[in-house]
Design a protein around this ligand. Structure first.
Ligand code: ADP
Ligand code: MG
Length: 784
């Protein structure tokens, strides 16, 4: 038996866990068994295999398979299932074939996916210094890609946070960008541009790829084609029909936020604080928007205008949001419809969604008059004709029944025959009791045994001769008759007939609804946009945000800005702060003791800019944001010690990335750069980096540092200003005011704090002396 297992296992891409059906169990062996038992906390056993001694084994019962497979997929594993089938010619034997291959980046089932997150599958092809990147979302049909210089490949891939990346077989690990994704492989030839072209032309049924913006980019054609082919290979060659078009995107249209910046700024926390979406597709779109802020003021203002249309009118806004709340995940349902795997529940949910569409459109009407974006969304929410009526007429809401009575005459007849069969049994039982005079006679049924007549042991000697004995139990005996056996087979047929008809009709309905799938996808995307805009409006109202003025001019001005996450988390009331950064004050050095509020201030400025460029209102009284082309962050080394890398090296690599990548339109956030090394080294580097940013890059920079010497830069650099986080001394104790003000923190602050803390005067006086000398000697070198 393990021979067949090994055969199937060899057909699978490496690293795919194979579940092999044995009776009612699905079993895994060898390495797979170890992985499965570890990941799912299942018992690891072993079994005897011919010629191989004992091999490790872990299995799950059939009814629990789905749940376990879902758990493995969520943990990033790929899984194949080999089902047991009756042998085509030898009915007493079984064969096993692979019936499904499931991978983390290609699943479409709700029990594996998380509603609020997109689940991307990605691939890339590098040639002649350029990289083609293709990305697909199997559960929504999204399919897009781009071409970037080879050096930008890792950052561009990373911004999709793919769950799975497909690469050619035998790709060396060193050739892979660092990603937290499952790496799957496909045959090398499928990544050739010619193979890609063929796959795409066939999939879209077109003679030329011109209409998809793909010509002249062999890297992109190769990547996109490889992806389509991979998706269809997993499904035994049938194409991923939910993908109906390809969109080439321009990476220059949205801001690149690398993973480190997303983490440093706390994008996850920002999302969980501000998300007010009501639908899964809205939730996914909100995330996509926040991860890709826009770069063009006109597009940003279009979104802000839409938020503005919903913001002021409470009744209007909440009316829209209430209707949104009754719309399920039609985007993913549309995909299951295309794949003909939509469940009756999916269809009923779709019907509910279509019912909610009319009222939603009505509620949205007044707002759409003030916003181009909402107007377009409204126009896309055209209900496909006939779908709702068809589902309402055909799909039953009753337990244990798929198709409504009255929908199909053929089905109704089969059902009444099946139900009549029940009555027959009751009658048969009564008649037999009468005929035989056996008082204990009963008709029963057991799985595996079928129908039988049961008589108590004490009456068994009186059963008629045509009763055929089947089984003797402790107190009873069981019999069958020819009549009962005939009935049994009629009954089975009737039941099977009902099931067969229900499946057939469900199939017909799925096929009919499939026609409307592209329209359903359009509706889903329009609903998502409305949902995000409504979420921005609701958050703005609840959290007291203001509409930012977004312009193409350079410079940032914020009045009473707040940190969108920390403002809800502080013990004392949050202290708002202003910001004014522009060409004339482009480098701002922020000093102040620990815990004074420097890091919060830096992030709050960056998050306000990010929210504004996403098209959201911002936590401030007023804000004027000149769009920035990128937000760079470099945050204190001490947080990173756990990763085990040489922190100083990491720090300098990141600093290099910023100095080489930033422009005068970038916002650069530097928090304590230079900590990973000795004071003099660190200070010198911090100094030189600040100078370079001011003189050469001319980026808008906020630089928090504990090297107060850096405040002297303001004396010599015209575009440099000092800020300090103010603290007060009250009755010998330090009070953090969390106010950011112009000016430099006094250099002897540490000594001052030490004095307050009660260090003997001899120590603090001496420290003051040493400090003054060091300053006089050391820093001259920097300034001069
Ligand atoms: P620093 O970087 O100067 O050491 P942080 O910015 O990390 O200080 O702030 C320290 C703590 O002070 C924060 O965790 C927060 O609780 C509080 N805090 C910071 N800024 C404010 C503010 N503007 N209003 C109220 N509390 C604040
Ligand atoms: Mg800090």
């Amino acid at each position: 038996m393990l021979g067949r297992y090994a055969e199937l296992k060899a057909q699978l891409p490496p690293g795919t866990i194979l579940f092999y059906q044995v009776g009612t169990f699905f079993e895994t062996f060898e390495e797979d068994a170890k992985t499965v038992s570890r990941e799912l906390s299942l018992r690891l056993t072993s079994r005897e295999a011919a010629g191989e001694g004992r091999v490790p084994l872990a299995g799950v019962p059939g009814h629990a398979l789905q749940e376990h497979v879902a758990a493995l997929l969520r943990k990033g594993h790929s899984v194949a299932i080999a089902e047991q089938r009756q042998h085509p010619t030898k009915p007493r034997q079984f064969t096993r074939e692979i019936t499904q291959i499931l991978t983390p980046g290609t699943v479409i089932e709700d029990n594996v996916l998380s509603a609020g997150r997109s689940n991307y599958l990605a691939t890339f092809v590098v040639r002649d210094g350029r990289a083609g990147i293709a990305v697909a979302e199997a559960s929504t049909g999204e399919f897009s890609g781009t071409v970037v210089p080879e050096a930008e490949l890792p950052a561009e891939l990373e911004r999709w946070s793919p769950r799975e990346v497909v690469v050619p077989e035998r790709t060396a690990v060193e050739e892979l960008p660092r990603l937290e994704a499952r790496v799957s492989t496909a045959p090398r030839w499928t990544f050739e541009p010619s193979a890609g072209e063929q796959a795409l032309r066939q999939h879209f049924g077109v003679a030329s790829l011109k209409g998809y913006g793909l010509d002249g980019s062999p890297q992109l054609v190769a990547a996109a084609g490889a992806l389509i082919r991979y998706l269809s290979t997993l499904r035994g060659g049938s194409p991923p029909e939910q993908i109906v078009s390809f969109r080439r995107y321009d990476p220059g249209q949205t801001m690149l936020l690398d993973a480190a910046t997303r983490r440093n700024l706390g994008l996850e926390e920002l999302i969980s604080t501000t998300d007010r979406t009501r639908t899964p597709m809205g939730q996914r779109t909100l995330r996509r928007w926040l991860e890709r802020p826009l770069l063009e003021a006109s597009r940003i203002n279009q979104r802000l205008e839409a938020v503005d249309a919903l913001f002021p009118d409470y009744m209007l806004r909440e009316g829209v949001r209430e209707h949104l709340g009754s719309i399920p995940d039609i985007e993913r349902i549309a995909t299951r419809i295309v794949r003909l795997s939509a469940s009756p529940g999916d269809l009923l949910a779709l019907r509910g969604a279509l019912e909610a569409l009319g009222p939603l459109r009505e509620a949205l009407g007044p707002a759409a008059e003030c916003s181009e974006l909402l107007r377009r969304a409204l126009a896309a929410m055209e209900e496909p004709p006939g779908v709702r009526e068809l589902i309402a007429a055909a799909i039953s809401e009753e337990e244990g029944e798929i198709i409504r009575p009255g929908y199909s005459e053929e089905l109704d007849e089969a059902r009444s025959f099946r139900d009549g069969a029940h009555e027959w049994l009751t009658r048969f039982e009564a008649e037999e009791r009468l005929k035989t005079g056996l008082k204990t006679l009963k008709v029963g049924y057991r799985d595996g045994e079928g129908y039988f007549i049961e008589v108590a042991g004490k009456e068994a000697h009186r059963v008629p001769p045509h009763y055929e004995h089947r089984k003797a139990l402790k107190h009873n005996a069981r019999y069958v008759t020819v009549e009962l056996k005939e009935h049994e087979s009629r009954m089975l047929t009737a039941r099977e007939e009902v099931e067969r008809l229900e499946r057939r009709i469900l199939g017909e309905i799925r096929a009919a609804v499939k026609e409307a799938a592209p329209q359903l996808q359009r509706i889903a995307r329009a609903v998502a946009v409305v949902d995000v805009v409504a979420s921005f409006a609701a958050a703005a109202a609840e959290l007291r945000y203001c509409r930012p003025e977004v312009t193409e001019e350079r410079g940032i001005r914020i009045v009473s800005g707040r940190h969108p996450v920390v403002e809800h988390a502080t013990e004392t009331p949050f202290v708002p702060n202003d910001a004014r950064i522009d060409g004339g004050a482009r480098l701002q050095i922020i000093t102040g003791p620990n815990m004074a509020g420097k890091s919060v201030y830096l992030r709050q400025v960056a998050l306000i800019v990010l929210l504004a460029q996403t098209g959201s209102y911002v936590p401030a009284d007023e804000a004027r944001i000149g769009v920035v082309d990128r937000i760079f962050t470099r945050v204190g080394a001490e947080d990173r010690l756990a990763s085990g890398e040489s922190t100083f090296m990491v720090e300098m690599t990141e600093a290099a990335g910023i100095l080489n990548g930033a422009t005068e339109r970038s916002l650069v956030i530097l928090d304590e750069v230079g900590r990973g090394t000795s004071t003099y080294d660190g200070m010198s580097l911090a100094w030189a980096i600040a100078e370079y940013l001011h003189d050469d890059v001319q980026a808008l920079t906020l630089f928090a540092t504990h090297y107060h010497e850096l405040t002297r830069l303001a004396d010599s650099l015209p575009g440099c200003r000092n800020l300090k986080a103010v603290v007060e001394e009250v009755g010998g104790e330090i009070v953090f005011l969390h106010r950011i003000e112009p000016g430099a923190e006094s250099s002897s602050y540490g000594v001052h704090v030490a004095r307050l803390a009660g260090l003997p005067p001899r120590v603090t006086d001496r420290a003051q002396e040493i400090l003054s000398r060091l300053e006089a000697e050391g820093v001259k070198g920097f300034a001069g």
